[in-house]
Design a binder for this molecule. Structure first.
Ligand SMILES: Cc1ncc(COP(=O)(O)O)c(C=O)c1O
Length: 352
């Protein structure tokens, strides 16, 4: 049984709305958004589009739906979309685009820092005929590659290859503001070479629900119809959009605190027994490390009992994510608890 004061580092999706955000929710003006009548959703979509430097935006319930609607809008049945081998779209979205859109996902390798190379993308492009390479997808930050932030020039190099071959570029920017803050740029500059970008309010920005798909006006008009087809039309969605708007206006700059806390966490556990962690790999709000000589699932269970929750990315691979609801003082407490569990952990053979 986990302690009641457990420090939850499983994901930045675990945050609760702040008091100010709850006030925004309580006072939200609403209407029927499927009829285009919800003023708060309209305000959110305008603000999101402006912030990311695209013409228009579409509010959707989740990051998965934002990516799905993007792929269904960019690609027809039988088309191919190139994705990184570690892409969230490939691993964690229940194969929505192949299942619902008849879209093939073709992979190119992500390196340890999440990069895909223009050369690999060029080699994966289909010559004229069928299937057609309709889309190249990038992800920033790259979740499964340590939350790495991909610089603008590297995104542009891949986008240039895609555009040169007549393919569009979509960025899964679930945590694009983490990337922008880490790279000390603004999000619109970072994604300027992409045609469409999705990002999430319900992750590092701390809102309870929702993501957005942004892009050219005509694209978003078509995407709106597809959102309806997949059941993503919402009625008085201003109630949740108000929290998302609050998050966009108040929770972007503070992401630097989460990044500092992630570095603090990494520095605190880097030299601990059984831990293999490259502290220099921590670029945003995620800390990945491997445990050696002890049993990974057993370590996580013991850690939960000691009051720190983390997620497993493989039997021995751990991920901890900092967020709005963990302070620097809680990180210090987490480090103490993690070190104590590691020191007391039985050797791998003894815990089976
Ligand atoms: C990079 C990335 N893209 C998309 C998603 C999907 O978001 P959601 O859980 O809101 O569907 C996630 C979720 O963690 C993510 O990390």
């Amino acid at each position: 049984m986990a302690q009641t004061d457990a420090i939850d580092l499983r994901s930045d999706t675990v945050t609760r709305p702040t008091e100010a955000m709850r006030q925004a929710i309580a006072s939200a003006e609403v209407g029927d958004d499927v009829l285009g009548d919800d003023p708060t959703v309209i305000a959110l979509e305008r603000a999101a589009a402006a912030r990311i430097g695209k013409d228009a935006a579409l509010y959707v319930p989740s990051g998965t739906m934002a990516n799905l609607v993007a792929l269904l809008t960019h690609c027809g049945r039988g088309d191919e979309a190139i994705v990184g081998s570690e892409a969230h779209i490939l691993h964690h979205e229940a194969a929505g685009a192949p299942a619902l859109g008849g879209i093939s996902l073709r992979t190119v390798p992500n390196d340890a820092r999440g990069r895909i190379t223009p050369g690999d993308v060029r080699a994966a492009l289909r010559p004229p005929g069928a299937p057609r390479t309709a889309l190249v997808c990038l992800e920033n930050t790259q979740n499964r590659c340590g939350g790495a932030a991909i610089p603008e020039r590297e995104m542009r190099a891949v986008a240039d290859v895609a555009h040169g071959a007549g393919a569009a570029v979509h960025v899964d920017g679930a945590r694009i503001f983490n990337a922008a803050v880490a790279l000390e740029t603004d999000a619109a500059t970072l994604v300027a070479s992409a045609d469409t970008v999705s990002f999430c309010f319900s992750k590092a920005l701390g809102a309870p629900v929702g993501s957005v798909l942004t892009g050219p006006r005509e694209f978003i008009d078509r995407a709106r119809v597809i959102r309806r087809q997949v059941g993503g039309g919402m009625r008085q969605a201003g109630v949740i959009a108000a929290a998302a708007l609050y998050a966009l206006e108040h929770h972007v700059d503070r992401l630097a605190d989460d990044h500092a806390n992630a570095r603090r966490l990494a520095a605190g556990i880097a030299g601990a027994p059984h831990v293999r962690l490259d502290a220099a790999s921590v670029e945003t709000n995620m800390v990945f490390f491997d445990v050696e000589g002890i049993d990974g699932p057993d370590f996580r269970a013991r850690l939960a009992t000691a009051g720190v929750l983390c997620s497993g990315m493989g039997p021995q691979r751990m991920r901890m994510v900092t967020h709005l609801d963990v302070s620097a003082a809680q990180i210090d407490t987490a480090v103490e608890r993690i070190r104590a569990v590691l020191t007391a952990a039985p050797p791998a053979s003894a815990s089976r």
